[in-house]
Design a protein around this ligand. Structure first.
Ligand code: GDP
Ligand code: ZN
Length: 285
């Protein structure tokens, strides 16, 4: 509730049967309080955003993950685990595909010098980049500021320091949890444990177990380029409207790689994800 109180509510019959609507973490709902002290969810209010991911592997279709997020923070580490730009790009694409603003966080800067080199690639694209050390308390004030008043979700590979950053932002944050119980489409009753962690300075961090590692995600081939802002920008000048930016003549994305205005590793990631998306969509047909 808006006063921060957690309460248990069940879905009203109509919503329960509706296959189109599933209550997600982050949803705003209309509650009704009954005489027998039970509480029901009467309505799910329209969502300002919807983070989706493709059903992994064999299954077709997307799975809705969280509603009303304001932003995604994609976290990587300069080392331990080894910096992997392509993996970062995957996590960023997940957010971009749902049209969510992304901030890049490069953590563990205490372990390696010159983290700015890693950051500049993303800054050139237009992303805000924070350089942090959760253990040395570097960049944590800036992180607090980015989170303030917003509903945020952290993604990124395991071990890069997402939990540590949360704890640095607000010690003990992860202890305050709320449970959301939802009925799945198949009708089985499962408890999805999702947390909206309230921040002292306003805003929430959404945490759902198993979600922080999403990233390996299928996306419609036609949407892959749009998830790379610099590629989408350059592509308006490609000779062909349907240019795939792989080997086409007069491709302004490939030209950008040549003249150094576009990072070739980002384009490499794009081409790899495009090939994956094309393989996946063939598989579904
Ligand atoms: P998560 O899987 O992304 O949530 O990562 P954790 O927060 O569990 O951190 C993984 C490991 O990295 C832990 O041993 C942390 O102590 C360590 N760690 C986290 N942040 C930093 C950092 O800024 N610098 C260093 N040197 N280690 C860190
Ligand atoms: Zn092109």
């Amino acid at each position: 509730m808006s006063n921060g109180q957690a309460l248990e509510a069940s879905l009203r019959g109509r919503l329960k049967r509706s296959s189109a609507r599933r209550v997600l973490v982050g949803d705003r709902v209309k509650l009704e309080f009954h005489d027998d002290s039970s509480v029901t969810i009467e309505e799910i209010y329209p969502r300002t955003s919807l983070l989706k991911r493709r059903n992994p592997g064999e299954k077709r279709g997307a799975r809705e993950v969280a509603a009303n997020l304001d932003q995604v923070l994609t976290v990587g580490a300069v080392a331990d685990p080894q910096w992997d730009q392509q993996l970062m790009n995957r996590f960023i694409v997940v957010a971009e595909a749902s049209d969510l603003p992304v901030t890049v966080v490069i953590n563990k800067i205490d372990l390696r010098s010159e983290p700015e080199k890693l950051a500049s690639v993303f800054r050139t694209v237009g992303y805000e980049v924070l350089l942090t050390s959760a253990t040395e308390n570097v960049g944590i004030d800036e992180l607090r500021h980015v989170l303030e008043g917003k509903i945020s979700l952290f993604n990124g590979p395991t071990g890069v320091g997402k939990s540590s950053l949360l704890n640095a932002v607000q010690p003990g944050l992860r202890l305050r949890t709320a449970e959301v119980s939802a009925r799945t489409r198949s009708g089985r009753h499962t408890t999805v444990s999702a947390e909206m962690l309230p921040l002292d300075r306003g805003g929430f961090v959404v945490d759902t177990p198993g979600l922080r590692d999403i990233g390996l995600w299928g996306i419609d081939p036609g949407d892959v380029a749009d998830a790379f802002p610099e590629i989408a920008r350059a592509s308006v000048n490609c000779r062909f409207d349907n240019c795939r930016h792989v080997a086409e003549p007069d491709c302004s994305v490939l030209a950008g790689c040549e003249d150094g205005t576009i990072d070739p590793h980002r384009v490499e990631s794009y081409q790899k994800f495009l090939a994956e998306a094309e393989r996946a969509s063939r598989h579904w047909e």
